[in-house]
Write a protein that binds this ligand. Structure first.
Ligand SMILES: CC(C)(COP(=O)(O)OP(=O)(O)OC[C@H]1O[C@@H](n2cnc3c(N)ncnc32)[C@H](O)[C@@H]1OP(=O)(O)O)[C@@H](O)C(=O)NCCC(=O)NCCS
Length: 334
């Protein structure tokens, strides 16, 4: 095979004959990071539109540099025999939860087990800290072959769908008759009760630590309101009350330029199946649209009946994506 250099990048030929990558912790961003940014941005171009890709190109280098400098963050690179980085993994521990926030392997290095090697190096570092569990729930920008490594590392796979809808979709715009209101800080405790109640006996509890108790849910809502999950305005956190009782809530954030993300929609069990969820979705869509956004996105676990609601509202599945969770004290379902 002819040698095919990728602009100051990694050459696949340097890695044949079973060469394994050298995994090293990094504290500075290597030059090849530019190529990783280019690949991730190209994926965002396709997923969300070019303004999202351009925004990533402009902001990612400084953002990742700042992240790597934080003590709670562990970054590791996978390097070829000539010292060029072909893969990158970023993990952190926050509030007792380990999270793999980024895993990317550059095109010439794919299919060679680099992603597994990165995971096998990072996960033990995270697990060595006092934490409840480790989550891999990011949306990868490249194909990753990680099922084997994750099973070996004790993780449970949760197949998910990433769905998007145009905010122009007629089904999202029509029939909004309910009246939802922005959630105020003094209502976070009550909203936390609704969120936890909606997930009682729900398979989604396994993946999502933040919905297990009302206190967890309240704390999560506080983090969302502080912009920890994407830039947020008070109108992106909404509630619906029926007969003076909190019936449901929806939590949104701006994921990328032009794109609003639904972090959670939840309806208290006795109000489910009565159109509350659809009303919350439609009203958040209207808020996003008034803010100039053009797309709405969300993730849903395969098998969750909520998928039918989203499809009815005009959402389409654009990517199948596996999330993984490992919990110290929670058994995997089934
Ligand atoms: C998903 C959820 C927000 C929908 O709210 P809702 O008020 O029950 O939904 P609506 O009445 O507007 O629409 C009903 C549709 O929601 C879906 N649905 C999901 N769970 C449901 C439930 N327990 N009861 C009734 N419908 C449910 C179905 O697709 C249903 O449509 P169908 O009648 O064609 O099957 C709500 O059921 C809930 O809180 N579930 C638990 C938390 C959850 O799974 N959130 C979504 C995570 S991605």
């Amino acid at each position: 095979m002819a040698r095919r250099p990728l602009n100051h990048g990694v050459e696949r030929t340097a890695l044949v004959d079973g060469a394994s990558p050298v995994i090293q912790r990094i504290e500075e961003i290597p030059a090849e990071f530019t190529d990783i940014v280019a690949e991730i941005a190209a994926d965002l171009d396709g997923l969300y539109g070019t303004s999202a890709g351009d925004d990533y190109r402009a902001r990612a280098p400084k953002l990742v540099e700042a992240l790597i400098a934080q003590p709670a963050v562990c970054a590791m690179g996978a390097f070829d025999a000539k010292g060029r980085m072909g893969g990158l993994i970023l993990g952190h521990v926050l509030d007792g939860l380990g999270r793999i926030a980024l895993l990317h392997v550059r095109e010439p290095c794919r299919g060679l087990g680099w992603e597994g090697a990165l995971l096998r190096s990072l996960v033990p570092v995270l697990k060595a800290q006092p934490l409840e569990g480790v989550l891999f729930d990011c949306l990868p920008a490249c194909p990753l072959d990680i099922a084997g490594a994750m099973t070996d590392l004790g993780f449970t796979r949760v197949p998910r769908l990433f769905m998007t809808a145009s905010l122009d979709a007629p089904a999202l715009q029509s029939g909004a008759t309910a009246f939802t209101l922005p959630l105020e800080a003094h209502e976070f405790a009550q909203a936390g009760q609704v969120l936890a109640a909606a997930y009682e006996n729900h398979p989604g509890r396994f993946l999502d630590r933040d919905v297990r108790t009302p206190a967890d849910a309240e704390r999560f809502i506080g983090f969302v309101s502080e912009g920890m999950y994407g830039s947020v305005r008070p109108a992106y956190l909404r509630r619906l009350t029926q007969g003076g009782v909190a019936a449901g809530l929806i939590l949104g954030a701006r994921a990328a330029p032009g794109v609003g993300f639904v972090l959670h929609v939840a309806v208290a069990p006795r109000f489910q199946g009565q159109g509350v969820g659809a009303a919350l979705m439609r009203e958040l869509a209207a808020v996003f649209q008034n803010d100039g956004l053009h797309k709405m996105a969300l993730g849903v676990t395969v098998g969750n009946p909520a998928r039918r609601l989203y499809e009815r509202l005009g959402f389409e599945s654009v990517r199948e994506v596996d999330s993984y969770a490992w919990w110290r004290d929670v058994d995997s379902p089934g």
